[in-house]
Design a protein around this ligand. Structure first.
Ligand code: KG4
Ligand code: ZN
Length: 389
């Protein structure tokens, strides 16, 4: 089965095509058109700007994605030269439909939430147009479930036989840590499609904390990769400032998180330093290292606690922050020493940040809920992952 998926939940326009054969998903294409440069100018994502960019990008990304997957085939009959040369051929223009054969897609998947509502609608409306044209149904997908199931995907170009479905098999129950720009959640997963949120952030998400503290330090958006890059330049022998940030809620009895206090602590430390220190590379590097470590410490501590208390057989990481090298390394080491019987799943970095391949993968498991009742497919900005006891 070939699934085409669309994700426009935040500031990336992504369309991916995957082929599922005997539970072995193969990514045929996974195009992500990033709006980072645009939002970097403002230091964060502006929903109205992001919506406009999705509107501009969707048909271009579709064409690229179909082409990469080898599904964009020219019709044999010659199209009129005038229309070919003068007008863009992007879907849903008449020129596009005139020029290309209908691609063989079995199902369309689209993210319906959580995310920025105006952005989600762009993806949904585009999916409906495409579904009507291709005469296929749509599977509405939860973005958070996509981040979790990204762990079952094979990287582009990898031979599915190299990594069999057995090695990729999640053993349940699993504890999932989803850490992104908008979410920080610990989820108990009893099976695919059966989830229970056991803890989440009470204020800022971990990614948001990276983004906001990076801004304080004068680093570019998105803050996660920028802080990670600065932190990597720091060595303990160079320590000058002995910065010690709090680890908020690390020892609380629940599985909730809170990162806004960490941001305030960074701002407080930053403000008390003389101007020349704040602007110095050494200070920024040392602070970046401590911010990254404080976030990692809290995330790992709570995840391990949840895994132990729920007798988890697998730990699953997902979301943009999961691309963080240090988090990946330290979580691997901790699980190896403290929970050696627990299987750890971390997607390759490209599949941690927003992408539509993970949405296609989630849709595959929910293909029975495919619908052509278009009015039922609605954006839900605050959609929660299904709570099943
Ligand atoms: O999942 P994602 O792409 O979008 C949302 O659904 O929010 O996550 C984006 C977040 C941003 O806050 C970004 O700073 C963070 O993921 N991020 C990272 C890294 N790469 C992206 N945080 C830490 N280290 C990274 N390498
Ligand atoms: Zn995301």
């Amino acid at each position: 089965m070939i699934i085409l998926a669309i994700d426009t939940s935040c500031d990336d326009t992504s369309i991916s095509i995957i082929e599922e054969k005997n539970n072995n998903p193969k990514i045929l294409s996974n195009i992500v058109s990033s709006q980072v440069k645009l939002h970097a100018l403002y230091g964060g994502v502006y929903p109205s700007l992001a919506k406009r960019e999705h509107q501009r990008n969707l048909s271009i990304v579709l064409e690229k994605s179909l082409s990469k997957a080898g599904l964009l085939k020219l019709k044999t009959k010659k199209t009129k030269k005038t229309s070919e040369n003068k007008t863009p051929t992007h879907f849903p223009s008449a020129e596009f439909l005139d020029k290309y054969k209908k691609p063989k897609i079995g199902l369309i998947a689209v993210t319906i939430g959580p995310g920025l509502e105006p952005c989600l609608w762009q993806g949904i409306n585009f999916a409906i147009l495409l579904a009507k044209e291709l005469k296929v149904k749509i599977v509405p997908v939860n973005h958070i479930e996509g981040h979790i199931l990204a762990n079952l995907l094979l990287p582009v170009g990898k031979n599915p036989n190299l990594q069999t479905s057995t090695t990729k098999k999640i053993v349940f129950p699993a504890i999932c840590l989803v850490v992104s720009g908008g979410h920080t959640q610990l989820i108990l997963m009893k099976n695919i499609g059966k989830y229970k949120i056991i803890g989440e952030t009470r204020d800022d998400a971990a990614g948001e904390c990276f983004d906001k503290t990076a801004r304080i330090l004068g680093l570019p958006y998105p803050g996660g990769p920028a802080i990670a890059a600065e932190a990597a330049k720091f060595s303990i022998s160079n320590s000058q400032f002995s910065i010690k940030l709090p680890r908020p809620m690390a020892n609380s009895r629940n599985y909730d998180f809170s990162f806004s206090g960490l941001k305030t602590a960074v701002l407080y430390d930053f403000k008390k330093r003389p101007k020349e220190v704040r602007a110095s590379k050494r200070y920024v590097q040392e602070m970046a290292k401590e911010i990254q470590q404080a976030i990692i410490d809290v995330l790992i501590k709570k995840t391990l606690k949840a895994a132990m208390n729920f007798n988890a057989k697998s730990v699953i990481l997902g979301g943009g922050v999961a691309a963080n090298k240090e988090l990946r390394k330290q979580l691997r080491e901790k699980i190896k020493t403290e929970l050696p019987n627990v299987k750890l799943f971390i997607p390759e970095p490209k599949l941690c940040t927003d992408n539509a391949a993970m949405i296609a993968q989630a849709a595959y498991f929910h293909r029975k809920s495919a619908t052509d009742r278009w009015k039922k497919i609605r954006a839900k900005a605050r959609l929660k992952i299904k709570n099943v006891d």
